[in-house]
Design a protein around this ligand. Structure first.
Ligand SMILES: NC(=O)c1ccc[n+]([C@@H]2O[C@H](COP(=O)([O-])OP(=O)(O)OC[C@H]3O[C@@H](n4cnc5c(N)ncnc54)[C@H](OP(=O)(O)O)[C@@H]3O)[C@@H](O)[C@H]2O)c1
Length: 276
C-alpha cells in the first residue's frame, strides 16, 4: 500500500477503515477482520464509544502496534484545554494505547468559539508524546485560517464528508493549497441512494468493478483518503481492492458532475451544525 506524507513528516496509508457503529463483541470481530484483511489505518472517536473495541481488536489481531495508524477524535464538550488533555488520556486508557497516531478535533462548533483553545491543547499533546500528528474534521477555510493566524500551525488532515453527491471541490482545493490532506468520511455516502446512481452503475459495468469500488477509486484519484466502514469481511476486501485499475479523465468528470449543493447526507453544514 502506498503512503501519504503529512505536512509534519509522518506517513499514513492511502485508505483507512471507518469504525462508526462497530461496537461490542461484534464490533471487535469486524475490526480484527479488517486488520487481517489488510487495513492499516483505523478511524475511531471518543463519541463512537468504541475506542475500547478498537484497542481490543488491535491486541487480538496480534499485529505490532507500530504497523498501525490509529486515529481518534476529541468531542466538542471537552474543548477547554484541561478537559481536552484529560479526555485524550481517557481515550488512550480505553484503547489500551500509549499514543494515537492521529488525533482530530471532531467539529469546529464555531458558535462556541472554543476550537482555537482545543487546537492549542492538541499542539501541547503532540509535544507531550500523546499523539503523533494532529488534525481536524469538518473545518471550513475560515476556521483553518483562524488556526493559522492564532497558533501558526495548520492541521495535517481535514476529515470531511465527501462522496459523489458532495464532492467538496472548493474545500479540497483549499486543503491542498495549504498542505493539508483531505480525508473522506462517509466515502460511500453511508450506503445511501448514491450506490444506485445510474451513471455509477454504468461505470461499474464498464470497469467490471462494484459501485463501491468505483466511488473509492474516484476518491483515490482525487488525491483524497477514503475511510470506508464495513462490518462484512467480503466488502472489507472489496473496498481495499481499488488499486488495480484506473478511471479515465472523461469518466472522472462524469462522477464529478454528480455533486449537488445540497448533497450532504444529513445536512450537517459545519458553519452552523454543532456536535458535542
Ligand atoms: N469526522 C466525522 O465527523 C465523521 C462523520 C461520519 C463518519 N466518520 C468516519 O467515517 C467512516 C466512514 O463513514 P460512514 O461509516 O458514515 O459511511 P460509509 O463508509 O460511507 O458507508 C458505510 C455503509 O456502507 C456499507 N458498505 C460498505 N462497503 C460497501 C460496499 N462495497 N458496497 C455497498 N455497501 C457498502 C456498510 O454496510 P456493511 O457494514 O453492512 O458493509 C455501511 O452501511 C465512519 O465509520 C467514521 O469512522 C467521521
Amino acid at each position: 500500500m502506498l503512503m501519504y506524507k503529512l505536512n509534519d513528516g509522518q506517513v499514513i496509508p492511502e485508505i483507512g477503515f471507518g469504525t462508526y457503529k462497530l461496537n461490542g463483541r461484534k464490533g471487535v470481530q469486524s475490526i480484527v477482520s479488517a486488520i487481517n484483511n489488510g487495513y492499516r489505518m483505523l478511524d475511531t472517536a471518543y463519541n463512537y464509544e468504541n475506542e475500547g473495541a478498537v484497542g481490543r481488536a488491535i491486541s487480538e489481531s496480534g499485529i505490532d502496534r507500530d504497523k498501525l495508524v490509529v486515529t481518534s477524535k476529541l468531542p466538542g464538550r471537552y474543548y477547554a484545554s484541561d478537559d481536552a488533555i484529560a479526555a485524550l488520556q481517557e481515550s488512550l486508557y480505553r484503547a489500551h494505547l500509549d499514543y494515537f497516531d492521529l488525533y482530530l478535533l471532531h467539529w469546529p462548533n464555531p458558535k462556541r468559539g472554543m476550537y482555537v483553545e482545543a487546537w492549542q491543547a492538541l499542539i501541547d499533546a503532540q509535544k507531550f508524546g500523546l499523539v503523533k500528528s494532529i488534525g481536524v474534521c469538518n473545518f471550513l477555510p475560515e476556521h483553518l485560517n483562524k488556526l493559522k493566524q492564532e497558533t501558526g500551525i495548520l492541521p495535517t488532515i481535514n476529515q470531511i464528508e465527501l462522496h459523489p453527491y458532495f464532492n467538496q471541490a472548493d474545500m479540497r482545493k483549499f486543503d491542498k493549497d495549504n498542505g493539508i490532506i483531505t480525508m473522506d468520511w462517509s466515502p460511500l455516502g453511508r450506503a445511501s441512494s448514491v450506490l444506485k446512481n445510474p451513471v455509477l452503475i454504468e461505470l461499474s459495468k464498464k470497469y467490471n468493478k462494484s459501485v463501491g469500488q468505483i466511488i473509492l477509486r474516484w476518491e483515490h484519484q482525487l488525491g483524497t483518503v477514503p475511510i470506508p466502514k464495513s462490518s462484512s469481511p467480503i466488502r472489507q476486501v472489496e473496498n481495499l481492492s481499488i488499486f488495480d485499475f484506473e478511471i479515465s479523465n472523461t469518466d472522472m468528470d462524469k462522477i464529478n458532475s454528480l455533486t449537488k449543493s445540497d448533497g450532504r447526507n444529513k445536512d450537517q453544514d459545519p458553519a452552523v451544525y454543532e456536535e458535542f
